[in-house]
Design a protein around this ligand. Structure first.
Ligand code: AMP
Length: 440
């Protein structure tokens, strides 16, 4: 059942949350609950499992944190000191370290000043000793699956007291190969009374994961892919080749309206190359990808948050969960592997009620991918041109590519059959380009 995102005027006061939480919500400047919050908070407080489809940027983190923190406050109303055992009541699983950090930061902000609430983060790439110390006495633990299981196996944490399990960005969990880890964690907190699962889509693989992890889950479907991101202007620039793409990129980055930007690359190597080129040309740019040591990633993210880095050149995995309100532009230099990654990428801008600009650079040979994104988002991407940087070839003719050496690619290349992970891939329905609008 689809619930539309029409709900407005939902004050937090009407959601019956504990007073200290309301105070923190106010201090964070949240005046109204977002649609996902207005639906998820009462449903989670009622108890029972939930399966929620909502986009990043919709306020989904607070949507699950608030009812869970509320329950913790009620369970310990006088704020009695918590025993120093490593046995959380609430476990939030995130697919990436960046997202785990972001969720933990949101939890800490929402729980500020409430003595009985201790929050800890468990994730790879951080020293074990410090994490083991931090989880003692924490009632809410935010974790990435691998490191959590490491700590469980070395008996540094018990999971038999977990009352509620949250699986955030379940679609990305599966993309990153965490299915078995999720199963193992599910086994270890079987006695829980509630599971909340969040995912950008309800694709069949997500439904099958949900049938293992949840019981009679209520479905809350908010972000219809086509409705999301109304505050983000999306544009497309056709490029003739790589050199043309670089010229377009530098032109776009010199926009005086640009505050901070994330440029997406297709690979780790590409992200470094783009960042190097930009730096060589005088831009404040740095790369972020999953092969970097965690300490370096943290430093670079921090510098982005503080506004010291203007341009972050990132891969999909590394950029997940980045929540920096000053990101005014997202530029897709390399196209995403899957149409749904496009949606996650552009959600890095237009945060916290602001407007954003998302620009995609594509070569003509990428047109099948562009059509797949348009089908997924259910929005045509308007093609724009920059005076002096117009493409020499026009893609709307659908003629074979005339570039020397490119003629062999007369058929779409993305057949989907040789891909390892499941889920929708480009090219699952190739061929029907006519339906999408092309504007020049
Ligand atoms: P999320 O979808 O959880 O990644 O949240 C996106 C952004 O919205 C974060 O920067 C939150 O701090 C912010 N946010 C969450 N809830 C609200 C709200 N009710 N009003 C305004 N901003 C919010």
């Amino acid at each position: 059942m689809s619930h539309s995102a029409e709900i407005t005027n939902h004050s937090f006061a009407s959601l019956n949350l504990a007073a200290p939480l309301l105070k923190n919500i106010e201090a964070l400047g949240y005046t109204q609950a977002t649609p996902v919050q207005a639906q998820v908070i009462p449903a989670a407080l009622e108890g029972g499992d939930l399966l929620v489809s909502s986009q990043t940027g919709s306020g989904k983190t607070a949507a699950f944190l608030l009812p869970l923190l509320h329950q913790l406050v009620l369970a310990n109303p006088h704020g009695s000191p918590v025993p120093g055992r490593a046995q959380p009541k609430i476990l939030v699983l995130c697919p990436t370290r960046e997202l785990a950090q972001q969720v933990a930061t949101d939890a800490i902000n929402l729980a500020r000043g409430i003595k009985s609430l201790r929050i800890a983060t468990i994730m790879g790439g951080m020293p074990y000793g410090k994490q083991i110390q931090a989880i003692k006495g924490a009632s809410l633990v935010v974790a990435t699956p691998g490191r959590l299981l490491d700590l469980f196996n070395s008996r540094a944490i018990r999971l038999d007291q977990v009352e509620c399990l949250v699986v955030d960005e379940a679609d990305r969990m599966l993309d990153l190969g965490f299915a078995e880890d999720l199963e193992a964690i599910d086994e270890r907190c079987k006695g829980r009374s509630q599971t909340l699962m969040f995912s950008a889509t309800f694709a069949p693989r997500i439904m099958s994961l949900a049938s293992n992890l949840t019981k009679d889950a209520k479905r809350i479907e908010l972000a219809h892919a086509g409705e999301a991101h109304a505050n983000i202007a999306q544009k497309l620039h056709w490029a003739d080749n790589m050199a043309h793409k670089h010229r377009l990129l530098e032109h776009l980055l010199s926009d005086p309206e640009l505050d901070q930007a994330v440029v997406f690359a297709s690979t780790q190597v590409e992200s470094e190359k783009i960042a190097d080129t930009l730096r060589a040309n005088g831009y404040q740019a740095s790369a972020l990808h999953g092969a970097m040591p965690q300490a370096v990633r943290n430093r670079r993210l921090d510098s982005l948050r503080k506004g010291q880095t203007r341009i972050l050149v990132a891969t999909d995995v590394a950029a997940r969960g980045i929540d920096v309100p000053r990101i005014s532009h997202v530029i897709n230099f390399g196209l995403p592997m899957k149409p749904e990654d496009y949606t996650h990428r552009i959600g890095r801008t237009g945060r916290a009620g602001r407007n954003g600009i998302a620009i995609t650079l594509a070569e003509h040979r990428d047109r099948v991918k562009i059509r797949a994104i348009e089908r997924f988002t259910q929005q045509p991407m308007a093609a724009a041109e920059i005076a002096g940087l117009e493409p020499q070839q026009k893609p709307s003719s659908h003629k074979p590519n005339h570039r020397p050496g490119a003629a062999k690619r007369s058929k779409p290349k993305f057949g989907g059959q040789a891909r390892k992970s499941s889920g929708p891939r480009f090219g699952s329905r190739t061929g029907s380009f006519q339906n999408s609008t092309r504007q020049h």
